[in-house]
Design a protein. Structure first.
Length: 163
C-alpha cells in the first residue's frame, strides 16, 4: 500500500489560489504557487486548518471569517500623524508600510491618505474585516528540511522569506 502524501505538520506545501471577498470581487490571486511550511502559521489560521489532509491536485473552496483571517476592523488603529514625524527621506505612496514599536510589540501601519500637513496611517491589515473566499488548488507537497523546520519557514525558490 502506498502512503498518500497528504498535508500534515512539517510539510512544505505549494498552492495556487484565487481570493474573493463576499461580493465576489477578486482581492488577490497567485501567479506562481505560494509555498509555505504547514503547521507554523506562515499563512492565516483559517486557511491553514482547512488545507490539513489534502493531497496534490486537490481543489477546495475555503471561507475564512475575519477572526480567522486578517482580523476584525479596529477604528482605534487609525492614526493621524504629522508629516514631520515621518522619516524625511520617505517618498509617500498610498499603501506603503511603516513599522513602529508599541507596548504590544512591532506594528505595521499602512499609509492610507496624504493630507496637507498630516497623513493617515492605518494599523489594520488591508483585508481586516473581510470574509475571505478562497479557491485553492494544491500543487506540491514535500517534507520540510531540518533547516526549514528550525527557521519555521520555507527556503529556496518560491519561499517568500529571503535571508
Ligand atoms: Zn530561514
Amino acid at each position: 500500500m502506498k502512503m498518500s502524501n497528504s498535508i500534515t505538520k512539517g510539510k512544505v506545501v505549494g498552492f495556487s489560489y484565487h481570493l474573493k471577498n463576499s461580493q465576489g470581487a477578486t482581492l488577490d490571486q497567485s501567479d506562481e504557487p505560494l509555498l509555505y511550511l504547514h503547521g507554523w502559521q506562515n499563512i492565516i489560521p483559517g486557511l491553514e486548518k482547512e488545507l490539513e489532509g489534502l493531497v496534490e491536485n486537490n481543489s477546495k473552496q475555503v471561507v475564512v471569517s475575519p477572526e480567522d483571517g486578517y482580523g476584525t476592523y479596529d477604528e482605534s488603529l487609525v492614526f493621524q500623524v504629522p508629516k514631520a514625524e515621518l522619516p524625511p527621506e520617505a517618498e509617500l505612496e498610498i499603501g506603503m508600510e511603516f513599522q513602529t514599536d508599541t507596548a504590544d510589540g512591532r506594528m505595521v501601519l499602512y499609509l492610507q491618505e496624504v493630507r496637507e500637513a498630516d497623513v493617515i496611517l492605518n494599523g489594520n491589515h488591508p483585508l481586516a474585516g473581510e470574509t475571505l473566499h478562497f479557491d485553492v488548488t494544491i500543487k506540491s507537497i514535500r517534507e520540510a528540511t531540518k533547516e526549514e523546520i528550525q527557521h519555521g519557514h520555507v527556503h529556496g525558490p518560491g519561499g517568500h522569506h529571503h535571508h
